[in-house]
Structures are given as structure tokens and as C-alpha cells.
Design a binder for this molecule. Structure first.
Ligand code: ADE
Length: 360
């Protein structure tokens, strides 16, 4: 195996000389801020997370401020980021640290790891950045850098691969400056050793096994590609008297507690057209006539393993049918709707920002 010391030194030299990446949380020592940034970045790109981080810090400068906030306010601030379990865990942990640790983030790795929403990666990031503890971060960026530099073709998602790469990551770590090392490898993976890598400007290529054996494009190796579940969400936007019908999602599913329009979910593509919608309205709600219907189809990958196909169907009603009156939900004006938290998918639709939308 190639020299780990050389790897570490080249990486840190690149960081000092060439790493131009600036981010508001970089060099931050306040564990609350580091934790917040890491939770935001768990499934979100840096460019997208940046503004959210700043908004949160501005509104809630300390963990106690966050702990004392209303759930609804935090959900609203989180709107658009997706993966809402992160947001729920954020509140849970803020309140837990506020109560059990007097608002001071714990300083030991094992205590940090016990907090809800914090896995090995986030715990290592907090422990190394804030408390100089020697824990190496391992995520997709790190696996890509290590598998290429050392030329390892063990599947990164196999049990053996996971153990191997965790050990390798830990052995490469600069234990005298773990925070700087961890930030360097994250940044290097994000800006140079990217999925489509910039080998021509890489200062490590002379000793990179993948580069020297022509294996950059096949590493890292993955055992299984993810099987995606497809779901069809048809949102009926019932409008009456300048108000729209809104429901809150209560089921233990994606987007729990968020708001949405009346939803009809199917496992196959309903292939809506005006005639089909009219028939459906008649069968389900006894609606014989409307002031107008129009249909917009959209699709979006919302989670790594779920793909949502959406239809947004406007139906302007002449009267509110009995069945809809008896359905849980409420009628809101557009201004009132703006105050509610919606899934990013719907939010983008209402803001007319859906990229893959098509009027039928
Ligand atoms: N992704 C997760 N944590 C990060 C960090 N601290 N800097 C850049 N990207 C990250």
C-alpha cells in the first residue's frame, strides 16, 4: 500500500496552497454552528445549504434560542431543504442539549454520537473541528479520494469495504490537526477528486494509483446501485371563493407534518387528461361541473431511493361537494398558504420553479 504519510502531507499542502473554498462555517469552533452546518449539509449541496445556515444563525444564534423556538417556525425556515427528519432531529437535539447539558454541546465523541440525527460522520466532523479530537470523517467524498489514491477496488458499500475504508481513513488522519485534515479531504473530494475528476490540476496524481493505472473512472466500486421506488402523486388544487383546500400530512411517511393539496396517490401512472379528471371528480366527489380544470405534470427525485411523479390538477369549483366538506383539511387564501410549510416539491410548483413541468 502506498504511503499514508505522503498522502496526508500532499493533501494538507494542497489545502494550504491551493484550496480556495470558502464557506461560512469553515474554521468555526462553536459546536452549535458546526453541528447546524453539518445537519444542513447531510443531504444538501453546499451552495443550497449556505443561505439556510445563515438564516438559522441569524434567527437562532445559540442552541438555546433554537430549543425555545416553535416547531412551526423551524419547519418554515427549513422549507425547501427536504429530508424533514433532519429538521425534526435538529429540534429534538437542540432541546435535549439545552435541558440535559445546560445548552453546552458535549465535548466527547461518544456523547456527541448519542445525539439524535448525528451519525459517525457528523460526530467526527464536530469532534475534530471543535474539540481537536482525532476522528476521521468518512463519506462519499472521502471514499472516492481514498479508493482512487490508494487504488482500492473493494466495494465501498460492502461490509468488508466499509471496515477497510474506515480503518484506512483513520490511519491517514493527521492526528495533530484532525479538523484541518478532515476539512481538507472534504474540500479536495468536492473540488478536485470529484466524480468527474480534474486530474490535470491534481497535485497528487504522481502518486495516485488510479491515475497511474488508468482506473480513475472505475473507482470507487459500488456493490449495488440503489433500487428506486416510484410513486405517483396527483394533487387536486380545489379552489373555491378565492381559497384553496389544504391538508396536513399526518402519516409516518415522507413529509410528515407538512402541508399539501388534496392528494390521490397511485402506484401506476394515472395518465390524466381533462376527460379522465372530469370522470374522477364525478365518481369521487359527485362534481358534475367545474369553472375550469387544468393539469400540469411534473417529476422529481425527492430521496435517493424514491422518485415522485406529480400531477397538479387545478379544479375551480362552483360549490364545495359534501364529501370534501367532510374531509380533514382547511380552506386558505394564497396569503395564508404562504405561511404554511410545504414540501419542496410543492413549494417549487407554487413558485413556478419546477424544472421538469409540462402543461397537459
Ligand atoms: N459537507 C459536509 N460537511 C462539510 C463541510 N464541513 N464542508 C464542506 N462540505 C461539507
Amino acid at each position: 500500500m502506498k504511503n499514508k504519510k505522503q498522502f496526508r502531507e500532499l493533501l494538507l499542502k494542497w489545502n494550504r496552497k491551493e484550496n480556495k473554498r470558502t464557506m461560512p462555517w469553515k474554521g468555526e469552533k462553536d459546536a452549535y454552528k458546526v453541528w447546524l452546518s453539518e445537519i444542513i449539509l447531510q443531504q444538501t449541496r453546499v451552495e443550497q445549504g449556505w443561505d439556510y445556515y445563515e438564516k438559522f444563525i441569524q434567527h437562532y444564534p445559540t442552541i438555546t434560542d433554537l430549543a425555545n423556538a416553535k416547531d412551526e417556525a423551524i419547519f418554515k425556515l427549513w422549507e425547501g431543504l427536504g429530508y424533514y427528519s433532519r429538521c425534526k432531529n435538529l429540534l429534538h437535539t437542540a432541546r435535549m442539549v439545552n435541558e440535559n447539558y445546560a445548552g453546552v454541546f458535549p465535548r466527547e465523541y461518544d456523547s456527541i454520537l448519542k445525539l439524535k440525527g448525528i451519525g459517525a460522520y457528523t460526530a467526527s466532523a464536530i469532534a475534530s473541528f471543535c474539540f481537536d479530537l482525532p476522528y476521521a470523517v468518512v463519506d462519499g467524498n472521502v471514499l472516492r479520494v481514498l479508493s482512487r489514491y490508494f487504488g482500492i477496488d473493494l466495494p465501498v458499500d460492502s461490509t468488508e469495504g466499509k471496515h477497510f475504508f474506515s480503518r484506512l481513513a483513520q490511519e491517514c488522519l493527521d492526528k495533530s490537526q484532525p479538523g484541518e485534515y478532515n476539512q481538507s479531504i472534504m474540500d479536495f473530494g468536492a473540488t478536485v477528486c470529484k466524480p468527474a475528476p480534474l486530474c490535470n490540476q491534481c497535485p497528487m496524481k504522481a502518486s495516485c494509483v488510479a491515475f497511474n493505472t488508468g482506473n480513475v473512472s472505475v473507482l470507487p466500486v459500488k456493490q449495488k446501485s440503489i433500487v428506486k421506488k416510484e410513486r405517483w402523486f396527483s394533487y387536486f388544487i380545489f379552489s373555491f371563493d378565492h381559497k384553496k383546500f389544504i391538508q396536513q400530512r399526518v402519516a409516518k411517511d415522507i413529509w410528515q407534518n407538512l402541508h399539501e393539496f388534496y392528494l390521490e396517490e397511485t402506484t401506476v401512472n394515472p395518465e390524466w387528461n381533462i376527460k379522465k379528471v372530469s370522470d374522477w371528480l364525478q365518481v369521487h366527489f359527485g362534481i358534475k361541473k367545474t369553472k375550469g380544470i387544468y393539469i400540469i405534470a411534473a417529476k422529481k427525485q425527492i430521496l435517493t431511493h424514491q422518485f415522485i411523479h406529480g400531477y397538479f390538477i387545478y379544479a375551480e369549483l362552483i360549490t364545495v361537494p359534501k364529501k370534501l366538506q367532510q374531509t380533514n383539511g382547511f380552506w386558505l387564501t394564497d396569503d395564508e398558504i404562504k405561511l404554511k410549510a410545504f414540501p419542496r416539491f410543492i413549494h417549487q410548483f407554487t413558485q413556478k420553479k419546477l424544472m421538469q413541468a409540462q402543461v397537459l
